[in-house]
Design a protein around this ligand. Structure first.
Ligand code: FIX
Ligand code: ZN
Length: 408
């Protein structure tokens, strides 16, 4: 059983439903190569635990100097045992590069010689994925400028309309919408909600997103007496219904608990799941993708998903993307939801990361799935390879495809 499951996972290409990767047409937004891999915020957080360098001094270094410091500290002076550090080794290994190199120059030479248009298909093949769903921010001035000038969309990189700045930073970003000619104000009064719908509709037409998304802090409540509740009710969720788009809620992040670490400075907190219950109950015609960041919220999410079929749990997000926790979450989800969930997404920020993140997922989920089939056989029903193929397709492709297509 183990080898059949392993083989089906190895020969099935997945859809990576949440990444921070960008299609080549979005140019320099897309990160790849050894210096980007080593200055990944997961590794920067670990660097500051090993190195006496102060964050203040670290940020004065060039990217190359930072990468050299991370490599020396975490890969030469210490054993790269963490999930993120092992990941770099796995990538270098998969690209047939010397993962024990004392310096980075020979590795830099390799990455300098890659042509991104040829390199992406190579990396996707190594990762066993067909699509990497992007995260696109219409209020990021650099990215928005590119979309406004018109970009050629790449079917391998579906877009997502990410609206954290509207939902979480309305007071500072409603002025940006106003400057773009939308009649909005900080209280969300007057035509504000209608205007936000107009803004979102414009970006739906421009980006043709597969879903809309937001990350929310651990203290997120719904409903609450605030503009965000009104934005959800009167602008965001109606727009999702109008364009048949699922809404992705990634809940439980505590942004910038240590600002000195920049992207590496975010934390986690256990969220109150009433917000998810209320959204699922009050908006039955909206489909939600849900990922909770706190380990302590996972069981509750499984229970709530059993009560509301407009919820699709996905991924072992960020601090949960560690083998020990992915095993626990995947086993629990299979026991409580069968195959009606999406086990993982990569959250890759650097192109080559999809190689190790999906290798880890196949390596971790395989034995869990095989164990489930063995239990089923022991209970009196054997499965065929076709059954396994159907389940793997469902978990890593069709659950998502159906969710984004449903309502068309
Ligand atoms: O909000 C998000 O999409 C998070 O995934 C990111 O903010 C986070 O920095 C990350 O890269 C997690 O893996
Ligand atoms: Zn993310």
């Amino acid at each position: 059983m183990d080898t059949v499951v392993e083989d089906v996972l190895a020969t099935t290409s997945f859809i990576d439903i949440h990444t921070h990767l960008f299609s080549p047409s979005l140019g320099s937004l897309g990160l790849w190569g050894i210096d980007e891999l080593l200055t990944y915020h997961y590794l920067e957080a670990e660097l500051f635990r090993f190195s006496p360098v102060s964050p203040e001094h670290y940020w004065t270094l060039t990217k190359t100097q930072r990468a050299d410091l991370v490599w020396k500290t975490l890969f030469v002076d210490n054993t790269p045992l963490s999930e993120a550090a092992r990941g770099v080794i796995a990538v270098l290994n998969a690209l047939k590069l010397d993962a024990a190199s004392k310096t980075l120059e020979p590795l830099r030479e390799y990455f300098r010689s890659r042509k991104i248009e040829e390199y992406i298909p190579h990396v996707f093949r190594l990762a066993g994925i067909t699509h990497a769903v992007m995260t696109n921010d219409p209020l990021d001035s650099e990215e928005a400028g590119m979309w406004m000038r018109g970009i050629e969309q790449d079917p391998q990189f579906p877009a997502v309309l990410r609206i954290d700045r509207i939902l979480n930073q309305w007071s500072s970003h409603c002025t940006v919408l106003a400057a773009q000619g939308y009649a909005v104000d900080v209280d969300g009064s007057g035509a504000s909600m209608k205007e936000v719908r107009r803004f979102l509709a414009g970006w739906v037409a421009r980006m043709k997103p597969v879903y809309m998304a937001v990350s929310l802090e651990d203290t997120f409540l719904f409903p609450a007496d605030d503009v965000r509740t009104r934005l959800f009710r009167e602008a965001v969720l109606p727009t999702c219904r109008e364009f048949h788009l699922p809404m992705s809620l990634m809940i439980g992040v505590r942004r910038q608990i240590n600002p000195a670490l920049r992207l590496a400075g975010d934390g986690v907190g256990r969220a109150d799941m009433h917000a998810v219950e209320n959204l699922a109950l009050q908006f039955p015609d909206n489909r939600f993708l849900i990922s909770m960041l706190s380990r302590e919220n996972q069981h509750e999410l499984c229970v709530i998903a059993r009560k509301f079929r407009n919820l699709l749990p996905f991924g072992c997000w960020w601090f949960l993307n560690n083998t020990s926790i992915v095993e626990e979450m995947t086993r629990e989800r299979l026991e409580m939801l069968g195959t009606s969930f999406i086990p993982q997404h990569s959250d890759a920020r650097i192109l080559e990361q999809v190689i190790y993140k999906w290798r880890n997922t196949r390596r971790t989920v395989g034995p869990i799935l095989a164990q489930s089939y063995k239990l089923l056989a022991a209970d009196g029903r054997n499965v065929t390879r076709d059954d396994i193929q159907r389940d793997v397709n469902r978990l890593f492709r069709t659950n998502f495809e159906n969710w984004i297509r449903r309502g068309d």
